[in-house]
Structures are given as C-alpha cells and as structure tokens.
Design a protein around this ligand. Structure first.
Ligand SMILES: [Zn+2]
Ligand SMILES: [Zn+2]
Length: 336
C-alpha cells in the first residue's frame, strides 16, 4: 500500500509499505483523514524518545471499515469509524483500575505501531468507534484531540457555571475551551500569541493576555479568590508553576501540557495544605471517544473549521514547511 514513511529524523517520503492484515479481533480501516499533532512533529524532528524508524505516524485517524478479522463482529465494511490509538496491556496496575491511558506498557498506533498516514491501518475492534451520522470524516479525525479535552475536564470535574482558566490556546487549548464551554463553564483563556487569543475569543472564551497582569486580572474577575479550576496546556514549566498562584484555595489544577523529560516544576510546599489544592495530571484519554464524537456531531466543537486540509501524499512537504514555521496554521489534517 501507499504510505507516508518516516525513515529517520527529518527524512520522510511517500513509498510502499506492506498492507496490514487484520488479525483476530482486529479491523482494517481505509484511512480518509489523519490529523497532524505535535506528537507527529516530534517524531519527524527526532524528539520522540520512543521513536523507532522507519514508521508510519498519524494517530488522529478517521476512515471506513475495509475488512474485519475473525472475532471482530458488529462492524460492516464501509462503516465510517475513528480509531482510538492508545492500546493498554490490560494487566498492569493502571490498566486494572481502568486507566489504560497510563499503561506501563502503552502502545500507541502511529508511534509504536504503524499509524494513519497510509491507505490502511489496523486496530483492535475494541478501539474502533462508529462516527455519528452527519459528521464528516475530516472532522471526526478530531475525536482524539477533543477526547484529550474531555479527559482533562473530567479530571478537573469542570461543572456548569464554574470559572475555568485555560492556560495556552494551541490545538489542545482550543479543544479544552470548547469542551469546557459545552459543560456550561465560564471559560477564560490565556496565551502570549495574539492570533491564538483571537481564535479563543472566536470560540467564545473570555481572553486574557498571558503577561505580568494575568494574576491581578484573574483576581479581579474572581473577587480576589482565584480560579476554581486552572487547566495548564502550554507545557511551559514557568506557566505550570504559576498555576499555584492562579488557583483558588480548595480549587483544582489540571496539568495537560507536557514538559521536556527531566524538567523540574516547583510548587511552594505550604500551598498544598494552605490552599488544599488538588493537582491532577491528565494524560491523553480513556473512555472519552464516545463523548468526544457526540460533542463533534452536536456542533459543540467548532474549532476543526479552522484546520487546514492537505493531501496525505503532500505530507513530506507539509512536515518540512511546518518544521520551518510551526505557527503557519492552527491545525493540519491530511486527507485522501
Ligand atoms: Zn495527537
Ligand atoms: Zn497496562
């Protein structure tokens, strides 16, 4: 089959790859759309410590069922589906308690196994979700990043009417804004980049510039209390440290952004008890795809409209362009 193959850091080409066969319990999906995520860029740039080349990236995958393996009933060829890319081992502690997103032996389709930048991809039937009627496959490929927003809002127990401060308005920040808004939260978003703030405002967030006045501005908006919920989506250690002063006493901090391996983040120790704050990590998603697809189908999630579509077979050029200028587009989707 035709595939976009990453041979080594910054070496990417369209070439031939053996077409996968669906094993027992597996489904072969003909890919229609696959999003470009920061993780795919890291793989391309050689910054993913788990990267093994050659590989086919792409973990935000939508397509149609092509072929069903044995013991994988209930899915007819031609059915529009999305692929949930995180495969837990099912036996380790996090898997046993329902947190397969933190599996000790996690395998990700598009990182550890061939992904969606190809004509076909296989996945376990348990990780295939039907696309609701009326939702395009290009939009459906956003099920994965939107699920990250669903997971973070579940972790933070974001509730209707609550003031939620979202730090960072990149693609995940935008998903967070819309998922939190769908829950009825009062969403305030910050970033340093004016273009990103503009986008956040278009999605209905109140926006604050991430500058030295951020804390006083948040305090003014919350009667001096601070934000009941702070969601960190920048991956910047200084921003992460700032969550402690931005959060209200008794509030929740949800950390979604990834810092580089080995980076320390320091919190004033007394605030853990003084503020009785809850600090929650949020990693990818688990059991969030159905809700994510519903949100997309209902129209609650609109930011996929600002994504730029490229032909899958132009991926080599697209990756080199995005590496040279990361802020070229809000979000990219490869389609065929
Ligand atoms: Zn992703
Ligand atoms: Zn596991």
């Amino acid at each position: 089959m035709r595939a976009v193959i990453m041979d080594a850091p910054r070496e990417i080409r369209v070439g031939d790859w053996q077409r996968p066969q669906p094993g027992p319990g597996e489904v072969l999906v003909a890919v229609s759309a696959a999003g470009i995520c920061a993780g795919d860029m890291y793989f391309y740039l050689g910054k993913n410590p788990y990267a093994q080349y050659p590989q086919i990236c792409g973990h935000e995958i939508a397509g149609t069922v092509e072929q069903v393996g044995s013991n994988a009933e209930g899915l007819e060829p031609g059915t529009p589906v999305v692929v949930e890319p995180f495969l837990g081992c099912g036996t380790c502690y996090p898997c046993r308690i329902g947190k397969s997103n933190c599996c000790a032996n996690l395998q990700i389709i598009g990182v550890h196994k061939p992904g969606g930048y190809a004509e076909y991809v296989t996945a376990p039937a348990s990780h295939i979700h039907k696309v609701p009627e009326g939702l395009s496959l290009s939009f459906a490929s956003f099920a994965e990043p939107v699920a990250i927003g669903v997971q973070a809002c579940r972790r933070g127990e974001v509730a209707a009417g609550e003031y939620v401060l979202i730090l960072g308005c990149g693609p995940i920040g935008l998903a967070l804004i819309e998922v939190a808004k769908a829950r009825g939260a009062h969403v305030v978003a910050t970033d340093v980049l004016p273009a990103r703030l503009e986008m956040a405002a278009q999605l209905g967030a109140e926006v604050l510039r991430a500058d030295k006045d951020l804390l006083p501005n948040v305090l003014v908006q919350t009667n001096g209390e601070g934000a009941p919920v702070v969601i960190e989506a920048t991956g910047n250690p200084q921003v992460m440290e700032q969550t402690v002063e931005l959060v209200a006493a008794g509030g929740r901090i949800v950390i979604v952004g990834l810092v580089k391996q080995g980076t320390q983040v320091t919190f004033p120790g007394l605030d853990f008890t003084r503020k009785e704050m809850t600090v929650l990590g949020s990693r990818a998603s688990v059991n969030c795809f159905p809700e994510s697809l519903q949100l997309l189908a209902s129209g609650a999630i609109t930011y996929p409209r600002v994504a730029t579509e490229f032909s899958l077979w132009d991926a080599p050029q697209v990756f080199s362009d995005l590496a040279a200028n990361p802020s070229l587009i809000h979000k990219g989707v490869l389609v065929r």
